[in-house]
Design a protein around this ligand. Sequence first.
Ligand SMILES: Nc1ncnc2c1ncn2[C@@H]1O[C@H](COP(=O)(O)OP(=O)(O)OP(=O)(O)O)[C@@H](O)[C@H]1O
Ligand SMILES: [Mg+2]
Length: 617
Amino acid sequence: MRATDQGDRANSIFQPVGVSADYARPPAGIDPDREKKWWRRIVPLLRARKWPFVGAITLSFVSLVLQVLVPNLLNQAIDKSIQARSVPLSHYVEWIFVIGIAGGIAGFSSRWLLFRTAYDFEFDLRNLIYEHLTAMSFSFYDRSQSGQLISRANSDIRSVQMYATFAPLIMVQCAIGVVAFGFMLAISVPLALIAMATMPILFWVGMRMRKVMFPISWVIQARLAEVATIVDENINGVRVVKSFAQEGHEMNNLADASEGVAWAYVKDSDIRARYTPAIQNLPQVGLAFVLLFGGMMVIQGHLGIGAILAFNAYLLMLQAPFMMLGMLVMMGQRAAASADRIFEVLDERPDIVERPGAYDVEHAEGLLTFRNVSFSYGEGPPVLNGFDLRVEPGETVALVGRTGSGKSTIARLLLRFYDVDDGSVSIDGHDVRDLTLASIRGNVGVVLDDSFLFSISIADNIAYGRPSATREDVEAAARAANAYEFVTALPEGFDTVVGERGYTLSGGQRQRLAIARALLVNPPVLILDDATSAIDVHVEQEIHRAFETLLEHRTTLIVAHRLSTITLADRVALIEDGKVIATGRHEDLLLNTPEYAEVLAQVEADVLPLDDVGVDL
Ligand SMILES: Nc1ncnc2c1ncn2[C@@H]1O[C@H](COP(=O)(O)OP(=O)(O)OP(=O)(O)O)[C@@H](O)[C@H]1O
Ligand SMILES: [Mg+2]
């Protein structure tokens, strides 16, 4: 199987497998201070994209200032060129023309920069979350629902991105409102004050809207995530749903959840329907006042006609920021709720971290020691309690115990998926907590009973742990796992793309590919956790024969329910009540330990009738 090993691997059985990430890493994280307001916590990420962002805002300010100049020029054109005829009309026409073009260019560039920044920011935030999720320990995934996590990585990111990039832009618009107000004051102070009379009401309406919108936007995000969870479970679990004919039940579940979403959205639009028209139409009321009082001032000769036109334009200009302010408020509510949910994930610390100065164990001999290990999942009951086991390099040990006795847990502790509560687990005498995670997982290969495959080609699935492997390596691993025949019988052979999770293959075929995948990495320690449960006894024996030649210098832990598998081991460890209660050769245990026969009879009865495997108890 190692016939094509490269020179540097020739005299070592371990080759580090981790592939280092190669993408534009997020330039910054979020502010770790949980006391800060959410938008202050994302400042480091925004700061990393500072220049295009500042450029976008500045240019949009420029373009708006240019827009504000136009009504004033119009006012002067009407008064000085059309009425008084003291300045040629072309003067103003040219100016307005030039300003229009300049404003257009500034507007285009600011948008171009802003959208760029927005999507860069979204990219960073998404990578940040994904990087974080990758670092999270198994205990986190035990607690989390994938639909929730998926929606956090999608819609929540989007709503934070929208706010973070558009809020400053809208602020600029509001600042322009101030400039416009300045121009109005310059034309006529009393008229400016009259025109603005409705603004405080507008502000009050905006504030009220903000207050009632917040809870509902939170509800929307939470319910969307609920729907995502149901859809996710239904799609992944479709085979179970269908086999129990529970489609109707699941549809009811989903309908309930979507009804919840619809209710929240309707509530949201209700509020918007109530407040938005007020926000939009109040400035029109202002316009009526302008017409009334301004018209009177023109009639009395205190004001030129151009001023009224200019006021009209300015008021419309003021209306936009106010309307946007309403939108900003709404977006802000949503973004705050989304940010909370994103931070909930980002603030979660992985339980399993490498300690400073963790080192690699490069070529493990394969000595495994569990010393007085106690362990329970979270707050649950103890699973292991005073568990002791020593496995010599090159030894093959079968773990035997009733279902739920903690056999898989032992494998997880060795891989450091979880940390022991007490005692220690070590490889070659190195406590796993002192080692780098990549080197533990590079040294310990594992085949689990649910052989998850990716929707990529069979060859790529086998090479998953060692993407650099040649086709010959892949084929050799497949041969050892007794998968070669069935793979080559497929129309596209090793290039066959398997369906999602490998569902286009049979359980036994999947298991064989999973075994090939583990073998290709060629780890000095191998754990087979029920790895052959779906493979029939004869094929299993062939696989084990292949193992025997491969396993010579390999330490192997086999979790097995079948006598045929157990007898392959040099030694059996019998697990009960969270500890090893007896260990020895299969035949000796059968003779000397009554519990062993009892447990065997029970586990075996679950799998196959005893005489089928031809072993006498
Ligand atoms: N992720 C988890 N979170 C909480 N409890 C768990 C978790 N995984 C396993 N357990 C519990 O720990 C105990 C031991 O589980 P484990 O999977 O190690 O058993 P096992 O010996 O491998 O069983 P089987 O032979 O059925 O595979 C069980 O009681 C189980 O309910
Ligand atoms: Mg198990």
